[in-house]
Design a protein around this ligand. Structure first.
Ligand SMILES: Nc1ncnc2c1ncn2[C@@H]1O[C@H](COP(=O)(O)OP(=O)(O)OP(=O)(O)O)[C@@H](O)[C@H]1O
Ligand SMILES: [Mg+2]
Length: 356
């Protein structure tokens, strides 16, 4: 059996029959193959798109800026599970999740590119429905919770008569817990708002060095309580950076809050920023308790709390999901590496856009 031929045939059968959209491009990003699911999602026939630039066919929100397929070919790397919106032949906007990669010849040279994509329409609809229900719930429960806190405060202030020590102690607990629920509800509403994509996008040229120093100053009292030192180093080459400052401030606060919370006293937390090609790479490193291997894939999920925190360290499991939503809104990615007992590093990769 000629193994090479059968491998090629096998590839063709899989390529055509894949239940996800898939197409191949040459080095100039012109389509050379287009499978049936790609046809179903985009509305274009293979014979109509062969030889066309993929940006003319997909008309995605990423085509004009940092095209991941182009980057895959230039940098000889893969991009996995990114989201975008394409425009079908009929002008309909369809959310997709895609991966792109360079294809190499036997000498290791790039000979083509491949993009695989999934129609996310149903997922998006379910996600929107879920977010609406959560937002409704959070919104409606906020007033009764504030009312409970307010009443506890009135009683504590002895507005309706004197209290004994036990009564004061219990009321203080009610007040503290109702405040914690209020913070949780506000964080949740903020996260749902970011995820809805309806937030006004205001990217302002920002001096990252000053921006980070301000954030550090804000969180320093918390770090001091635990005798933790925060240091930062921002490469001079990264001015200015275009950021939506208010939500981005929240990302740094959430990461530093975690770095402090999950560290031992007398340790160091550091922030480093450097420019790598067209990207900014931000690292927030601590020397803390680390994240168990089993938890690492889930820490960016809603309400997920690792086993290193449960019952020991206070929190709601929303800080990192909100950080991820904000970073992705900026066209970036966030991930973490960690060693239990040694520390954790969070990485943020942001597109460095010299012009807004
Ligand atoms: N720097 C860190 N070191 C160790 N574990 C961490 C660190 N950052 C996050 N984690 C783990 O990831 C989980 C999720 O973090 P996240 O910030 O979303 O929630 P949280 O800190 O538990 O609560 P909050 O909503 O108050 O931020 C944490 O519960 C913890 O297990
Ligand atoms: Mg947190």
């Amino acid at each position: 059996m000629n193994y090479k031929v059968s491998k090629r045939k096998l590839f063709d059968i899989i390529f055509k029959g894949l239940p996800i959209g898939c197409f191949l491009v040459d080095k100039e990003l012109r389509i050379i193959s287009f499978n049936d699911t790609a046809k179903r999602i985009t509305g274009w026939d293979e014979k109509e798109v062969i030889g066309k630039y993929c940006s003319d066919v997909l008309r995605s929100n990423l085509c004009k800026g940092q095209c991941p397929l182009k980057e895959s070919l230039q940098l000889k790397m893969s991009f996995i599970a990114r989201e975008a919106t394409i425009t079908t032949r009929f002008g309909e906007r369809v959310p997709i999740c895609f991966s792109s990669s360079a294809v190499f010849d036997d000498d290791g040279e790039v000979e083509a590119g491949i993009e695989i994509f999934r129609d996310m329409w149903d997922n998006k609809r379910l996600q929107t429905m879920r977010n609406r229900i959560m937002a409704l719930f959070a919104h409606d429960i906020k007033s009764p919770v504030a009312m409970v806190g307010g009443m506890a405060k009135r009683l504590l202030d002895e507005k309706v008569g004197p209290l004994n020590e036990k009564q004061k102690e219990y009321l203080e607990i009610i007040l503290k817990e109702s405040k914690a629920v209020e913070v949780l509800l506000n964080n949740l509403l903020e996260l749902l708002h970011i995820e809805s994509g309806r937030t006004e996008k205001r990217r302002e040229p920002t001096d990252l060095s000053t921006f980070i120093s301000d954030v550090i100053e804000e969180i320093r009292p918390k770090a001091k309580e635990r005798s933790i030192e925060i240091s930062s180093s921002v490469s001079k080459a990264v001015f200015p950076v275009y950021l939506d400052r208010i939500p981005m401030r929240r990302v740094f606060i959430n990461l530093l809050d975690n770095a402090i919370k999950y560290s031992r006293p007398n340790s160091i937390v550091s922030i480093d920023v450097e420019k790598k090609g067209e990207w900014l790479l931000i690292k927030v490193t601590d020397q803390g308790i680390g994240i168990p291997k089993e938890d690492l894939p889930y820490i960016f999920d809603y309400f997920y709390r690792g086993r290193n925190s449960k019952g020991k360290i206070h929190g709601t499991g929303i800080g990192l999901s909100s950080a991820r939503a904000i970073v992705e809104e900026h066209g970036g990615r966030i991930w973490a590496t960690s060693k239990e007992g040694q520390g954790t590093t969070f990485f943020i990769r942001l597109p460095y856009v010299p012009d807004p």
